[in-house]
Design a protein around this ligand. Structure first.
Ligand SMILES: Nc1ncnc2c1ncn2[C@@H]1O[C@H](COP(=O)(O)OP(=O)(O)OP(=O)(O)O)[C@@H](O)[C@H]1O
Ligand SMILES: N[C@@H](CCO)C(=O)O
Length: 318
């Protein structure tokens, strides 16, 4: 049995495709995945808590599937250990659950190997696993990440989250990213692509300056939302009307079905979002979340205060 001090990895969830930043702009949120690792004479996996109740046996192995090749890459054999995973990030809702699992697994494996891989190397590997850099970049670095991936190399710059309250409306039903990607077109009209990317440019400017007007326009996506409207009843109305209901901008979070809003009147936007989903017979949890400026962290278990484990989310019980 390999001996090591038990440790915990804490990974923020994230929203990706922020506004018009499709496959590019991600924001870390204060909703976390916890990976607790301790020595064991066999390979053991335990998922605890409600959010992971839907994981099936083969899905649980995503953690080990990500860890094992890193050991081989470092010329080491994958040893036995006990891993407990607890998550506040709902599965397949567009809040980066898979990215948090990938980032947490890479961080844990790197620690067990005495950190031979740099943070950028972990980012490259995480992007390959996830297939896009925005969720994994946000989980790894925290804050806002503005990223690009050409299929070979990922680049990213970290910026600050805009200073406006964030609401996320999380439908009860899940939507796999793979399914939401199937509805995307192979091509876009040139003029539409120019408009879409100019809005993404404004969104980047908003992330760098906090400019409200740039955020309002930059939140209006043309790359994926028009094609995904039919998958999320009420989304079309929310996008067009929420700006008259206290929101600065509303967008699909990741591949959906969660909808994220930056708001100037939290109560008004909250009640409006609630009413639109109710009208569309969709049951939702609406949470007030904060951005998370710090990315993944690792602490020895003996240094983790029990009260810090699975913190309460502001707005959870509203
Ligand atoms: N903690 C976890 N442990 C193991 N597998 C996980 C974990 N979290 C997510 N997964 C896997 O990832 C799948 C969800 O990934 P998917 O990309 O569809 O959604 P998401 O990551 O929640 O959303 P998005 O990428 O749009 O933000 C789950 O069904 C499961 O297979
Ligand atoms: N960028 C991805 C979602 C992030 O997982 C998509 O919209 O398909």
């Amino acid at each position: 049995m390999r001996e090591f001090e038990p440790f915990e990895v804490k990974v923020p969830g994230s929203t990706a495709n922020l506004g018009s930043g499709f496959d590019s702009i991600g924001l870390a949120l204060n909703r976390f995945l916890y990976l607790r690792v301790e020595p064991s004479d066999e390979l053991q996996f335990h998922a605890v808590g409600n959010e992971l109740a839907r994981l099936n046996q083969s899905e649980e192995n995503l953690i080990f599937r990500v860890m094992e090749p890193l050991f081989h890459q470092a010329g080491k054999s994958f040893s036995s250990m006990r891993i407990e995973v607890e998550s506040e990030i709902p599965l397949a809702r567009g809040l980066g659950s898979s990215a948090s699992a990938i980032v947490g697994s890479l961080m844990a494996a790197n620690h067990l190997l005495d950190n031979p891989f740099s943070k950028d190397e972990l980012f490259q590997l995480a992007t390959k696993w996830e297939g896009h850099p925005d969720n994994v970049g946000a989980s790894l670095y925290g804050g806002v990440v503005i990223a690009s991936w050409d299929g070979e190399k990922a680049h990213c710059v970290k910026a600050q989250a805009p200073p406006f309250p964030i609401l996320v409306a999380i439908p009860d039903t899940s939507l796999a990213t793979s399914r939401a990607r199937e509805v995307l077109p192979d091509h876009m009209e040139h003029a539409d692509a120019v408009l879409a990317s100019s809005r993404a440019n404004l969104l980047t400017a908003a992330m760098l300056t906090g400019d409200r007007e740039a955020l309002r326009v930059g939140m209006q996506d043309r790359f994926h939302q028009p094609y995904r409207l039919s998958l999320i009843p009420g989304l079309e109305e929310l996008i067009s009307e929420a700006p008259n209901q206290g929101a600065i901008g509303v967008a699909l979070s990741g591949a959906g079905p969660t909808v994220i809003a930056f708001t100037e009147d939290e109560e008004k936007t909250f009640h409006y979002m609630e009413s639109v989903f109710r009208k569309n017979s969709t049951s939702v949890r609406i949470l007030r979340l904060d951005s998370c400026s710090e990315g993944v962290t690792l602490h020895l278990t003996k240094d983790v205060a029990p009260s810090k484990v699975v913190g309460k989310i502001k707005g959870e019980n509203r």
